[in-house]
Design a protein around this ligand. Structure first.
Ligand SMILES: Nc1ncnc2c1ncn2[C@@H]1O[C@H](COP(=O)(O)OP(=O)(O)O)[C@@H](O)[C@H]1O
Ligand SMILES: [Mg+2]
Length: 399
């Protein structure tokens, strides 16, 4: 590039106390670069944000000049400072210029070609120097994922699954981005199992009615030792009536905007509330305890969902107490339920112990078999997230 018409002089400053040097430079750049008399003036220009690149003229190619120029680049590390030195500049001045961190030294008098070349080289190093450190701002996902844990029978292990999966999602990601919501509005025990003493519950959120916003909802949430949030169930069964289904699903919708993962623990009845929650869910973790009544109920519940045309691909069947002596085999269960089993968690005395302790087993005994199995379950949920959504709507139960 050798003519001034293509040259972008914006933000370029040339400093030289010698009037004749400034006059020549002005001629070369057709008056388009800013000409200043002293480095002090250049400092003002940098502070004002007017200068991106400062060329230090040949009259300042001295030890003092270089020291002042170096101070200038310290003032704002994003500013490029280049020394335009005469051909016969003293070697020690050159070395000082390089040591003091000036971006470049070019030959005076300046030409447009030299300036253009110096700029592209300086910009490359500058980008490495200035742009490398600032970390990328964390981009929250557009919408969080709603994972509902259900079972067709009480005591199947829903709360154990929900609390361990949530704990793992928090540990593998950002605890601040995970919330567990207790939708067992009468007998919910998520807060108990995670050992939080909730000051507020979902009832406080529901009472806000139409006024409820994310800011208020945030204040209702409790925080566990591991840093994730809990939307606790009402403190008494009677209070469940104060949380209508529309309100609850609206709250879940808000949580999904506030968090990357919303884990919903549920009550063991396939009622209108659960169906509304399932409608909103991305994935359903369906826990089947390994005993006959549990398998029978699971079959009935899955039939109901089939009749309602609920997408089968959202459902992940997981087996609990898979090593129990129920004399049921996995193939038989899969055939009966017409869905594959995605993962199995063995029965282990450490599980009830962890419940009593208030520390999920994935935290208290991360190397135990059940903890490893919960890792499998969580991995399956993460994989489900990555699956393409296209064409999935068409697939239905058992087809
Ligand atoms: N894999 C397991 N091994 C041993 N005990 C378990 C296991 N899963 C659940 N439990 C126990 O079963 C009981 C019911 O589990 P819970 O998660 O509360 O069921 P739900 O929420 O479905 O009613 C709890 O006391 C829990 O400790
Ligand atoms: Mg429960």
């Amino acid at each position: 590039m050798s003519n001034t018409s293509e040259f972008d002089a914006e933000g370029i400053v040339f400093v030289d106390p010698d009037e004749e040097v400034r006059r020549q430079t002005k001629a070369v750049f057709e008056g388009r670069v800013q000409l200043l008399e002293s480095i002090a003036d250049a400092e003002d220009s940098v502070i004002a944000g007017d200068a991106d690149v400062v060329f230090i003229g040949p009259s300042l190619a001295t030890a003092e000049g270089v020291a002042e120029a170096a101070a200038l680049s310290e003032l704002d590390p994003a500013v490029i400072v280049v020394l335009a030195a005469p051909v016969d500049v003293a070697g020690d001045v050159l070395r000082a210029a390089i040591r003091s961190g000036l971006n470049d030294v070019v030959e005076a008098p300046l030409t447009i070609a030299a300036v253009t070349e110096a700029l592209s080289a300086a910009e490359r190093t500058q980008r490495r120097r200035v742009e490398a450190p600032p970390p990328e701002p964390r981009k929250p996902m557009a919408e969080g994922r709603l994972i509902t844990v259900m079972a067709a029978k009480g005591g199947s292990g829903k709360t154990v699954f929900a609390s361990n999966v949530a704990t793992l999602l928090a540990r593998w990601g950002d605890p601040d981005r995970v919330v567990i919501a207790d939708a067992d509005l009468q007998f919910g025990d998520v807060a108990l199992v995670l050992q939080v003493d909730p000051k507020h519950t979902v009832v406080n959120a529901a009472k806000e009615g139409e006024k409820l916003d994310a800011q208020f909802l945030e204040t209702v949430l409790a925080t566990t030792a591991s840093g994730m949030r809990v939307l606790a169930a009402p403190l008494e069964p009677a209070f469940a009536d104060e949380v209508p289904t529309v309100t609850y699903t609206r709250i879940l919708g808000m949580l999904r905007e506030m968090f990357d993962y919303v884990i919903v623990d549920t009550a063991p009845s396939l009622d209108e509330r659960l169906l509304a929650i399932l409608d909103k869910s991305d994935t359903v973790l369906f826990v089947v305890d390994m005993d006959l009544p549990s398998v029978k109920n699971a079959k009935l519940a899955l039939e109901t969902l089939r009749i309602l045309n609920y997408p089968a691909n959202k459902i992940k069947l997981v087996l609990n107490r898979s090593n129990s002596k129920a004399r049921l085999d996995v193939d038989e269960i899969e055939r009966s339920l017409r869905l594959p089993i995605s993962a199995s968690v063995p029965s282990d005395g450490l599980v009830p112990a962890s419940i009593n302790e208030g520390i999920p087993i994935v935290e208290s005994h991360p190397k135990s078999k059940p903890a490893k199995a919960f890792e499998d379950v969580t991995r399956i949920l993460l994989e489900a997230r990555q699956q393409p959504q296209e064409g999935q709507k068409k697939r239905r139960f058992g087809r």
